[in-house]
Design a protein around this ligand. Structure first.
Ligand code: KG4
Ligand code: ZN
Length: 353
């Protein structure tokens, strides 16, 4: 039976209906245009936009299945909702809606971590059950989004061990900040990708790669950001405009070099060469190519989310996690006590540097 999944962790209002690994419907209402002029996500605007749109998004997800009247909820098994990590006041909108629906229709709620959603996005199938790939544990997971950069051992269903994370900015956040410094708008990852490709994806300026030589599997991008800031500040407006492709390309090289270096280190240390990759930054075709080369070099494979629209935030991936949680009996015992956890971690024990 199907699961209704909801995710309002950041700036997309998302609902989906899934059954097992298959997506029956997937609705995403992006707020990107609302936040664009502020150069980043404004929590209060995100909250209001989620509140205004959540009913519409859920109804559309259900309507696609012709499950739009009250009785349709009897066809649903569970309601899954993202409880963290994310923006507290944004998460609350989805959680409150899930509670309201659970009460009204007498459903159980399955709480989901947004980052486990990004891991499972690599295994989501379309309505016909494609791609057919079976699970073959363990995997190494690389998660690269606007808020997170993490290396995780995906040991088995709903069983993770975090082995590395950023100690400051996330990779997507660093790309967004560099784009802002170059006056390229928000979010910046995709623009940087295009400009870098136009410059031939070369490293013209060789910006620093903090912690790349450190033995730990952690990442750091804030030193790179600072170095880039001073470098760009010294340039005249004209110089900056003429060199924007070279700057974008060199910055992207530095960020990706760190990601690739630590991922290869993690493969060698763990002996796990099957890599699942999730998060918004993985929309980047150049990074995908580099990761494919890296895993091939290590006689493994890189697995990416199958559809373009599953790269960014969505609720389909949340529904798929919920299916495996339900199989293990992991449900919210008392939905009324369900609360958001903005800093929710994938590891049971809090990650320490
Ligand atoms: O996973 P996501 O949609 O939202 C979060 O949970 O954070 O990731 C958004 C991030 C942004 O930083 C955005 O700039 C980045 O993904 N991004 C990209 C590309 N498309 C989106 N980064 C690099 N290349 C892209 N093509
Ligand atoms: Zn995300």
């Amino acid at each position: 039976m199907p699961i209704l999944a909801i995710d309002t962790s950041c700036d997309e209002t998302a609902a989906a209906v899934t059954e097992g690994r298959r997506v029956l419907s997937n609705m995403i209402y992006s707020q990107v245009l609302l936040h664009k002029k502020w150069g980043g996500v404004v929590p209060s605007i995100a909250k209001r936009a989620h509140e205004e749109r959540i009913d519409f998004v859920i109804n559309e997800a259900l309507r696609k299945l012709r499950l739009d009247n009250n009785s349709s909820f009897s066809n649903l098994d569970y309601i899954a909702v993202t409880i963290g990590p994310g923006l507290a006041i944004a998460l609350e909108v989805g959680i409150n809606k899930a509670k309201e629906l659970a009460r009204k229709y007498d459903k159980k709620i399955i709480p989901v971590n947004h980052m486990e959603g990004h891991i499972y996005s690599c295994f989501v199938q379309n309505k016909s059950g494609n791609p057919k790939r079976e699970f073959d544990f363990p995997y190494l997971a690389l998660l690269v989004s606007g808020g997170h950069t993490e290396l995780v051992i995906f040991k088995n269903h709903v069983d993770y061990q975090m082995i590395g994370a950023t100690i400051d900015d996330a990779a997507g956040e660093a790309l967004d900040k560099a784009a802002k410094m170059l006056g390229l708008g928000y979010p910046g990852g995709a623009v940087i990708e295009r400009l870098a490709a136009e410059a031939g994806n070369k490293d013209f300026y060789h910006f620093p790669r903090p912690m790349i030589k450190a033995p730990a599997l952690n990442f750091s991008f804030s030193g790179l950001k600072t170095s880039f800031y001073y470098f760009v500040k010294k340039m005249s407006d004209k110089e900056r405009a003429t060199k924007v492709r070279e700057l974008a390309s060199s910055f992207q090289e530095a960020v990706f070099d760190s990601l690739l270096n630590k991922t290869e280190k993690a493969i060698r240390e763990t002996g796990i060469n099957r890599l699942v990759v999730g998060g918004g930054v993985i929309a980047n075709q150049y990074l995908r190519k580099k990761l494919r080369q890296l895993t091939k070099r290590n006689r493994g494979e890189a697995i990416f989310p199958p559809f373009k629209y599953l790269t960014g935030d969505n609720a389909a991936m949340i529904g798929v996690v919920a299916y495996y949680k339900a199989k293990k009996g992991i449900l919210a015992v008392d939905p009324s006590k369900l609360d958001r956890i903005p800093r929710l971690s994938l590891s049971e024990k809090e990650f320490k540097e």
